[in-house]
Structure formats: structure tokens, C-alpha cells
Design a protein around this ligand. Structure first.
Ligand code: AMP
Length: 114
């Protein structure tokens, strides 16, 4: 998807503050952070949202969560509290249509979310 900004970040064609990169997953800091730690974890594979995941993506989904845990540990928030979320479609707040998990921490998270 050449018009997808997260595909471009994953391909190294667009700058980002990358905190993790491997053959299947990239993690980088959100450009508009909502908490002291706000990292986006994405698959290199272009999927529009979590609802595009299929059975063949089971290993990828597990790997995404392993990276989320590693990033949380590296950022020092794994033990204090981590909000992991993904928005699906505009009504939920999705603005970039490439599957990504927000990893937030470093402050008290509130509930309900806005
Ligand atoms: P969502 O609204 O759930 O689709 O999340 C998209 C997120 O991507 C937002 O939190 C944006 O701040 C973030 N974002 C958009 N463009 C970039 C970029 N070039 N680098 C880092 N984060 C970005």
C-alpha cells in the first residue's frame, strides 16, 4: 500500500522514532503522544484493522503481543500499568488504516476512555 504512512515507516521511507524492528513487526513513538510513553506497534503486513486479521495471522498476532510486552519492559512501564488498545473504524477514533496497537503508560490511565 504505497499511500499508507505506516507501510512507508515500516519500509524506512518515512522517518519515525523506532524503538523496535524485526522481520514482521515495527514499533515507533506516536507523533502526538497521549502519555509519557506512547508507542505504536504495527505489523509490516498491511492490514486495515484488527478486523482484517485471519486465521493465518495467529502467529503474527502472538508476535505483536510479545513485542508489546518487550516494548513495555524496555520503556519501564510493564510493572506499573500499560494501556493496550486498537481502534477499529472512524467512530472508534481510527485515523490511520493500517493495524496498530497503541501502547500507553507512565501515568495513571483513566476509565472510561473519551
Ligand atoms: P488511530 O487514531 O487509532 O488510527 O491512531 C493513529 C495514531 O498515529 C495517532 O495517535 C497519531 O498521532 C499517530 N501518527 C500519525 N502519523 C504518525 C507518524 N508519522 N508517526 C508517528 N505517529 C503517527
Amino acid at each position: 500500500m504505497e499511500d499508507c504512512i505506516f507501510c512507508r515507516i515500516a519500509a524506512g521511507e518515512m522517518d519515525a522514532d523506532i524503538v523496535h524492528s524485526d522481520e514482521r513487526v515495527v514499533a515507533f513513538r506516536d507523533i502526538n503522544p497521549q502519555a509519557p510513553v506512547h508507542v505504536l506497534v504495527i505489523p509490516r503486513k498491511h492490514l486495515r484493522s484488527a478486523f482484517d486479521l485471519e486465521g493465518e495471522d495467529g502467529d503474527l498476532l502472538l508476535h505483536l503481543f510479545k513485542v508489546i510486552r518487550k516494548v513495555s519492559e524496555d520503556e519501564g512501564i510493564a510493572g506499573t500499568g500499560v494501556r493496550i488498545l486498537t481502534n477499529v473504524e472512524r467512530g472508534a477514533g481510527q485515523s490511520v488504516f493500517h493495524l496498530h496497537f497503541h501502547v500507553l503508560g507512565g501515568r495513571q490511565m483513566l476509565w472510561p476512555p473519551g
